[in-house]
Design a protein around this ligand. Structure first.
Ligand code: ADP
Ligand code: MG
Length: 571
């Protein structure tokens, strides 16, 4: 884990070296400072030579300026290093999440991913910056200061040597308490984020059920639980810090008293006493730094662990070694003994399903909801892989094609159309990112969008999506269709594309859709049977599998499930 952590320093080696060296020089200067003061008092003062004092002071001034400059370098470059590492990690995480397959998103809360990308990465960045630098420099200063103190006055140094372990023990003990406190805090903030995410993306549902009060109460509970955890953590922190502070002052006091006695008995000069007290303070700095690090380290590492845990989730749908790039598939689709379930614990949704769709055919799937229609369609572009059997297109198993080239060949229009923040044009062009303006307009025309685009204030440049103009279901649906005209895939899946529309809008969209379906293998999942009248074949899907199959007329004649559904809808 540590190795992996340090791996992130690699691209920023030079930055690290400059930062580290500067910090080292600052530490050395600080270590030398008490000696300078001591010499100043003991040797320079008795000489009463003002010129020399001014000269030495000017020398000191330059040393201070150098030290200040280096401090600046350390603060700036050190944080720059942290930010760089944080940015790299954020890149890795986002890229990794983009690569995940559907199952991952079925099982992961968006709020949790957000927590990783914001809070965790911030802590990791802090640790990356302060960690190694503070650690090595603290140890070096600590050992250096001790060594000098022993050299100066062993008796006083012994006092410190006895007191310091007590101090370190106190810090280490408090640290265990701190960790616990931080841990529960991080758990709680992840919950709060997940709640916010849920309530915001589901706000329409919340409000339509007038469950705002319920959501507020639920949120309040989590938010206050987080508050309690965070305040608890700060309380522990305050306790720890004040105890450490007290202990440090106590050590200085003891050194002063013993030092005074040593000075009276002429075993220590005034300069040496002052120098010694200054060294005690030099010694405290690394102790404080290490204690801060003891806080930062578990926090950052816990974040890093959550980060790597997420990074280690392998997508379950991957390209196999000898996977082939496919281009311009014809669109013969066969399911052979396909068995599939979402979760091992839930049992399978499809059982040994056999299915043949010929290239260019329009096949409709109807049946009760939850029967598995959407599932059948999700397996073709390998959003999930089958558990048993195989799916072939043009005779080739979909698992032997690269995921990307396969999905290039398949277009899906669903009931919900997702619009990205951006212009209408950009949203259409999502179907093929390199489409020219002419192609986009052509696609819009084929999707019967031109009329309503004309009425928009900025035409194609109108902002839509999260922070733009709100479009109606039918308008969004037409954007989805225009995207398909641009993508121009040989295989088309329409999953309840028109189910949410009123009949009038549906008629326009139907027109656009039948234009789209021309010369493509088309799978239509429809709720309203009237919309699939012209399909070449209709399959009735139930939990048992495909129960009936045939043309509209054949199925009506058969007087089975389809005929029954038809009667109910006609009424
Ligand atoms: P249909 O499209 O015919 O209404 P689906 O294919 O959506 O049915 O669903 C078939 C079954 O699979 C249902 O029991 C449903 O609960 C389950 N299911 C659908 N999607 C998921 C998913 N992402 N994770 C787990 N179970 C799912
Ligand atoms: Mg469905």
């Amino acid at each position: 884990m540590i190795r992996r952590f340090f791996g992130y320093y690699k691209p920023h080696r030079r930055l690290f070296v400059v930062d580290f060296t500067s910090a080292l020089i600052v530490a050395l200067l600080e270590l030398a400072f008490p000696i300078a003061v001591q010499e100043f008092i003991d040797r320079l003062l008795p000489k009463e030579n003002w010129n020399l004092i001014i000269l030495v002071s000017i020398g000191l001034l330059f040393v201070y300026i150098l030290s200040t400059f280096l401090q600046y370098v350390v603060t700036y470059l050190g944080h720059k290093l942290g930010v760089n590492i944080e940015t790299d990690m954020r890149q890795d995480l986002f890229f990794h999440v983009q690569r995940q397959s559907f199952r991952f998103f079925d099982n992961t809360k968006t709020g949790h991913i957000m927590s990783r990308i914001t809070n965790d990465l911030f802590d990791i960045g802090e640790l990356a910056h302060h960690g190694p630098e503070d650690f090595f420099i603290a140890i070096m200063t600590f050992v250096g200061a001790f060594w000098i103190m022993f050299y100066q006055n062993a008796q006083l140094a012994w006092i410190i040597l006895i007191a310091v372990p007590v101090l370190i023990f106190l810090i280490a003990y408090s640290n265990i308490k701190m960790n616990k406190a931080w841990h529960s805090m991080y758990h709680d903030i992840a919950e709060v984020n997940a709640r916010v995410e849920d309530a915001v993306s589901g706000v329409r549902v919340v409000q339509s059920f007038t469950n705002e009060k319920f959501e507020m109460e639920r949120f309040t509970k989590d938010n206050y639980s987080f508050r309690k955890a965070k305040i608890g953590a700060y309380k522990v922190m305050a306790f720890v810090h004040s105890n450490i502070y007290m202990m440090m002052r106590l050590i200085v006091l003891i050194v002063l008293v013993v030092g005074a006695w040593l000075t009276y008995t002429d075993r220590l000069s005034t300069g040496e006493l002052v120098g010694f007290v200054l060294y005690v303070n030099v010694l405290f700095k690394p102790i404080e730094k290490i204690s801060a690090l003891l806080e930062l380290y578990p926090k950052g590492m816990a974040g890093f662990k959550r980060f790597t845990d997420l990074l280690d989730v392998e997508p379950d749908v991957v390209n196999h070694e000898n996977a082939r790039e496919v281009t311009s598939l014809k669109g013969d689709i066969t399911f052979e003994d396909v068995t599939f379930g979402y979760e091992k614990t839930q049992g399978s949704v499809l059982n040994e399903l056999d299915l043949t769709i010929n290239a260019g055919e329009t096949v409709a799937f109807v049946g009760p909801s939850g029967a598995g229609k959407t599932t059948i369609c999700s397996l073709i572009p390998r959003f999930y892989d089958v558990d048993g059997g195989s799916i072939k297109i043009d005779g080739l198993d979909v698992r032997e094609m690269t995921k990307e080239s396969l999905r290039h060949q398949i277009g899906i229009v669903q009931q919900d159309v997702f619009l990205f923040t951006g212009s209408l044009k950009e949203n259409i062009a999502y179907g093929r990112l390199d489409a020219s303006d002419e192609e986009i307009e052509e696609a819009a025309r084929k999707a019967h969008m031109v009329e309503f685009i004309k009425e928009l204030p900025d035409g194609y440049e109108t902002q839509v999506g999260e922070r733009g103009l709100k479009l109606s279901g039918g308008q969004k649906q037409r954007i989805a269709i225009a995207r398909m005209f641009l993508k121009n895939p040989p295989i088309l899946i329409l999953d309840e594309a028109t189910s949410a529309l009123d009949t009038e809008t549906e008629t326009i969209i139907q027109k656009a859709l039948s234009e789209l379906a021309k010369e493509r293998t088309t799978l239509i999942i429809a709720h309203r049977l009237a919309t699939i009248k012209n399909a070449d074949r209709i399959m009735v899907v139930t939990k048992e599998g495909i129960e009936e199959e045939g043309s509209h007329e054949e199925l009506l004649k058969r007087d089975g499930i389809f005929a029954h559904l038809h009667k109910v809808q006609m009424r």
